[in-house]
Write a new protein. Structure first.
Length: 302
């Protein structure tokens, strides 16, 4: 099953995607989070009920599939060892030993945008805008302290994310990543939520191109900590809620680790794709994001 959130006359509507058509579910049945909580069988029943409005996928305006967040986006760092190693000596004094357990952090929900939306770039906010292709998982049922054997039963589905990051802000705040990962309107999510029965998850190939050049490419089986382990570790003593989004880490090839470094600029186009999950396509556009701040420009900061 593939689910999408579609902008219909300014209102988000959830639909089931099949054969290049979207079958819109009744608006009064709830948003994506509510429907996920009701379970896959109920979603299938609603999709088959008559009458159901349909629209061609090619004509739909897709939004981020999750529109209502109960908490920050939950994130995993350093989850491909080649990515951890490529940045050794490039973390500006914030190097650490190779972790023996997953590294978690969060980013603000206001980062989330649609799969094809533009991303505003302001050099006052950051001089080092970088890309990170990731697979995201969406939690399907409330859970706490689940075992690795149970963990995948708590995952409703999978989608794509691009964890666009501001590397100078990442270093600025004492080594804590929240601020350098939380600029509004910088994380495309989508285009669909795909249930696991349609995917061979370890064999998924995740890629990112920048202006047509492949910058990142890896299979999910290369993860340092597989998805079941991430869910088990994150839920250890901590309740995960229906609709929680967890991004699972990026492979090697980030701009900050390249020699010379490659940072995003206005006019760039990023495309993130993965086997069975579709494509994110986002342009970088110049924008004034700093407004009336009296915080000094990061382009001149030392």
């Amino acid at each position: 099953m593939r689910l999408a959130t579609v902008n219909v006359s300014g209102t988000p509507r959830v639909g089931v995607v099949a054969d290049e058509l979207i079958r819109l579910l009744p608006a009064d049945e709830g948003d994506m989070v509510a429907l996920i909580g009701r379970g896959r069988s109920e979603i299938e029943r609603l999709a088959q009920a008559a009458p159901v409005q349909t629209m061609p996928l090619a004509e739909a305006t897709l939004m981020a599939p999750i529109q209502r967040f109960r908490r920050d986006v939950l994130c995993t760092g350093w989850n491909y060892w080649d990515h951890f190693e490529e940045s050794r000596g490039k973390r500006e004094g914030q190097d650490v030993d190779k972790p023996s357990a997953p590294t978690f952090f969060t980013k603000a929900p206001n980062t989330v945008i649609g799969p094809y939306d533009d991303i505003g770039l302001d050099p006052h906010i950051s001089a080092k805008w970088d890309y990170e292709a990731e697979v995201a998982i969406v939690i399907g049922k409330r859970c706490r302290s689940v075992s690795k054997a149970q963990a995948l039963d708590c995952v409703f589905g999978y989608c794509l994310a691009n964890d666009v990051s501001q590397r100078d802000l990442q270093r600025r705040h004492g080594g804590q990543w929240l601020k350098g990962k939380s600029i509004d309107g910088t994380m495309p999510l989508g285009p669909f939520i795909v249930t696991g029965d349609e995917l061979d998850v370890p064999e998924i190939t995740l890629e990112l191109t920048l202006n047509g050049t492949t910058m990142q490419s890896a299979k999910l089986k290369q993860m340092a900590f597989p998805i079941a382990e991430l869910v088990a570790e994150l839920s250890f003593g901590m309740t995960l809620e229906v609709g929680d989004v967890i991004i699972t880490g990026t492979p090697s090839g980030i701009g900050n680790a390249r020699e010379p470094a490659v940072f995003l600029k206005a006019g760039d186009e990023m495309v993130v794709s993965a086997t069975g999950l579709g494509t994110l396509r986002n342009r970088i556009v110049a924008a004034d994001l700093h407004g009336t701040t009296d915080i000094a420009s990061m382009s001149t900061a030392k």
